[in-house]
Design a protein around this ligand. Structure first.
Ligand code: GDP
Length: 327
């Protein structure tokens, strides 16, 4: 494979070449220092071309219907001549040895469509790294001309916070008739959602009734949550991604959301807040990374860990010692 120069990457991405885009993302994901350095300058140069897509995060427990849903709304978007990039964040992939988009049979109707770019998550990395790269991948996709970037994440853990901090619209999918605990949905995730969609809500009469009840329960619960930023009232919808029932209604909700965001420049305000969040996150990540990379720190850490386990020192004192140590 020919080595690409910075100019090759930039030209390829700006002309929407998906092979080059994929290679640039691989570069971002590489842990090699020279790859990281090149990725960084490519991203810097592409910065003026980023930021233009609508970024949508989709979350929900495995099996709730995320890929079916993304496929269904994806078809609607490409039907309107939009270009769509779909990314996945899967912090659990290290354990499951597979990424959430790894299964090739998923989103069959979108795979291979020239208006659609699908990128599974990189497996086996710490969450901090995954989220930083996802954010940068979104930017590369924007430079490559995608109008919508959809980020899929499994709704079970911290990854939602990270994804919420990089999208304009956050959609939570839930199942009818299952309590929050059953669905593994943390309260905080419901609070973050801009739209909550009860999926599989029209399969039979029983589910229809359960979906209605679930909608009511969620609406009641939302009353007790703090008011959302930018005066948006979380919408609760019932849909069936497989048959497409009520999906048009959901898409109206999506458009209303973006109209509302644009109304008072909430859209740019939210992004500015996200930029500040990522500024701070990057500092934290880099400080920790640089700190732990140090050979002397590594040695001290292992010495202190052993001392803690042997009951020779308290964890607090050990932390103090480590931080006050003259390296
Ligand atoms: P994910 O794990 O959240 O991505 O869920 P999938 O999209 O893979 O869906 C899990 C299963 O539920 C698949 O067998 C889908 O065909 C099915 N499914 C998804 N959405 C619906 C729906 O709206 N109605 C019904 N009846 N089945 C659905």
């Amino acid at each position: 494979m020919k080595t690409l120069t910075k100019a090759d990457y930039i030209e390829g991405i700006l002309s929407g070449n998906t092979v080059v885009l994929s290679r640039a993302i691989t570069l971002l994901e590489s842990t090699r220092d020279d790859h990281q350095a090149l990725a960084r300058v490519v991203l810097e140069d592409l910065l003026p071309f980023t930021g233009k897509a609508k970024r949508i995060g989709i979350t929900g427990v495995p099996g709730v219907g995320k890929s079916t849903f993304i496929e269904a709304i994806g078809e609607k978007l490409i039907g309107e001549k939009f270009k769509l990039a779909i990314l996945a964040v899967d912090p659990s992939s290290q354990l499951s040895k597979g990424s959430i988009l790894g299964d090739k049979t998923r989103m069959e109707n979108l795979v291979g469509n020239p208006r659609v770019y699908i990128r599974p998550s990189a497996a086996g990395e710490a969450l901090g790294g995954v989220s930083r790269r996802t954010r940068e991948t979104i930017m590369l996709c924007e430079a490559a001309g995608y109008d919508y970037v959809i980020v899929e994440t499994v709704g079970v853990g911290q990854s939602e916070v990270a994804v919420h901090s990089m999208v304009d619209l956050f959609i939570l999918l839930m199942l009818p008739g299952a309590g929050d605990e059953l669905q593994g949905i943390k309260r905080g995730i419901m609070e973050m959602a801009d739209i909550i969609a009860i999926n599989k809500a029209f399969e039979d009469d029983e589910l229809k009734i359960k979906a209605k009840q679930a909608m009511q329960e969620i609406k009641n619960a939302l009353h007790y949550y703090p008011q959302k930023e930018f005066s948006w009232l979380t919408k609760v919808k019932a849909v069936d991604a497989l048959s497409g029932i009520q999906l048009d209604d959901l898409m109206v909700g999506v458009l209303q959301f973006f109209d509302h965001q644009n109304l008072k420049s909430y859209f740019t305000e939210r992004r500015k807040m996200q930029d500040l969040y990522w500024f701070e996150e990057s500092i934290k990540q880099q400080l920790l990374y640089k700190f732990y990379k140090d050979v002397k720190v590594k040695k001290e850490v292992s010495r202190l860990r052993a001392a803690i386990l042997q009951g020779k020192i308290s964890s607090f004192k050990a932390a103090d010692e480590l931080l006050n140590y003259r390296y």
